[in-house]
Design a protein around this ligand. Sequence first.
Ligand SMILES: Cc1cc2nc3c(=O)[nH]c(=O)nc-3n(C[C@H](O)[C@H](O)[C@H](O)COP(=O)(O)O)c2cc1C
Length: 367
Amino acid sequence: MSALFSPLEVGSLELANRIVIAPMCQYSADDGCMTDWHVIHLGHLALSGAALLTIEATSVTPEGRITYGDTGLWSDENEEAMARVLATVRRWSPMPIAIQLGHAGRKASTEKPWLGGKQIAPGQPNGWQTVAPSPLAFDATDNPPQELDSVGLERIRQAFANAAERAARLDLAAVQLHGAHGYLLHQFLSPLSNSRTDEYGGSLKNRMRFPLEIFEAVRAVLPAERPVTMRVSATDWVQGGWDIDQTIEFARALEARGCAAIHVSSGGLDPRQQIPVGPSYQVPLARAVKRAVDIPVIAVGLITDFEQAEAIVGTGDADVVALARGMLYDPRWPWHAAAELGGRVSAPPQYLRSQPGRFRDLFEAGE
Ligand SMILES: Cc1cc2nc3c(=O)[nH]c(=O)nc-3n(C[C@H](O)[C@H](O)[C@H](O)COP(=O)(O)O)c2cc1C
């Protein structure tokens, strides 16, 4: 019996196996509204046999977008556009769909990656003034962010809650909060980006305060059985920055507040980061978090081989693996993994005849 192809319940969410599709920005929205690209992109990933599809980092306010092409959930127009995409995808796939809600803070207002990805200064086309815990730029050449005051903090708390209400109306299966990769919540956590002297800066307790408030605000507006999870960067990979010990404290504080799972990524906060990139490079971080909490832990980062994924779940390093680039490269990765490991996957009835003769039990017919 394959561990990777065993089911798992997370709140009301039933995962058919332990493979989830990590959130991936597509930079292809208009004013935060999903487009036909999202039908194509999410549509084909929804046929992959993974247990869960996570919609890309979706901003709760216009200025929280990484680029002008990011998806958003701050307006009725955004919600309607997402509803249209979801209706099409759901018509043809039973795969549960979650969403990642986030705010880019000082890393907002940039060009699309394939156009260079540089920050766009306020006043330039597609650029705006960024906000952050402290007026410290990500890159020395960037326009510094504006420090958030109490009114700004309240506006963002409310924006997260409003977007979560929209996510509930869209019947999304779970909400993942983006606390990783150097975006706003991570900027509060890390002493390298947070130099505040009020109750949101200084001690670990103070630096965790705003992200925990956001978690509570989102948790409060969703039905109890609807999971809310957090994606974290477990370390900044910079001396004196956010690290695994602080991540463990954060994970415990989240668990105590009803967080349903912790998704363990790393880095993204500081250009000085030294990341030991290689297969499974973030798995030791996931394992450390898993030892400290009882809720499911998700590992991500260069998990590309079937046996590698099976071992991560089978040995208990993590409960679930997330794939990003590997799913874009091979959207049928879960099918191939199931064939290799003796598991079964849901496949659309239109494709059942593609089941190779030597894998007679591979496909379960979807709806
Ligand atoms: C095109 C692309 C877009 C991404 N967008 C997001 C995002 O919206 N939110 C996020 O948390 N991570 C994002 N990531 C990071 C991935 O979710 C993932 O953590 C990372 O790529 C490592 O996993 P992998 O080795 O399986 O690709 C993105 C990665 C890629 C390649």
